[in-house]
Design a protein around this ligand. Structure first.
Ligand SMILES: [Cu+2]
Length: 156
């Protein structure tokens, strides 16, 4: 009886042991509401959006690139030109973001511009590799939607 109890306890003790030192400073990234807009009728260009949050103890980071199989991605931002018109502009990297200031890719702001990809429709899913200056690469699954998730939120 005693022996059985001890044997059962051992794996539990292992699970409760503190994380190894190598993991203590591990970075985590949280990807909230990733989505790619379904290709608008007659167009072969679309965009992807996501909010990226860093852990409390993580170094600030920057998004420096993105890749998609079967297509091509550019980082874009929206900026007001001298005539007060919003225009898209290609950028090499996002501004630095941190735990307190998540990186928000959203309609009307920064986005992943997707070119040359076969037609995407609501219900599809795409995997996009996001490349960060400090963190490195990570692959994220983006559902394809006709409109922004979480309704009731409008961007102009
Ligand atoms: Cu764009």
């Amino acid at each position: 009886m005693t022996r059985l109890f001890a044997a059962c306890l051992a794996p539990l003790a292992l699970m409760l042991a503190p994380a190894p030192a190598a993991q203590a400073g591990e970075i985590w990234l949280d990807f909230e509401n990733p989505w790619v807009r379904a290709h608008p009728g007659g167009r072969d260009v679309t965009a992807g959006y996501v909010t990226i949050t860093l852990g409390e103890d993580d170094w600030p980071d920057r998004l420096i690139g993105a890749e998609i199989e079967g297509g091509r991605i550019e980082l874009h931002t929206h900026e007001m030109d001298e005539n007060g018109v919003m225009r898209m502009r290609r950028i090499d990297a996002s501004p630095e973001f941190s735990h307190e200031n998540p990186l928000v890719l959203a309609p009307g702001g920064m986005h992943l511009m997707i070119y040359d990809h076969p037609r995407l429709e609501e219900g599809d899913e795409v995997r996009i590799t996001l490349r960060f200056e400090y963190f490195g690469e990570i692959q994220v699954t983006f559902p394809v939607l006709n409109r922004a998730p979480g309704g009731g939120h409008h961007h102009h």
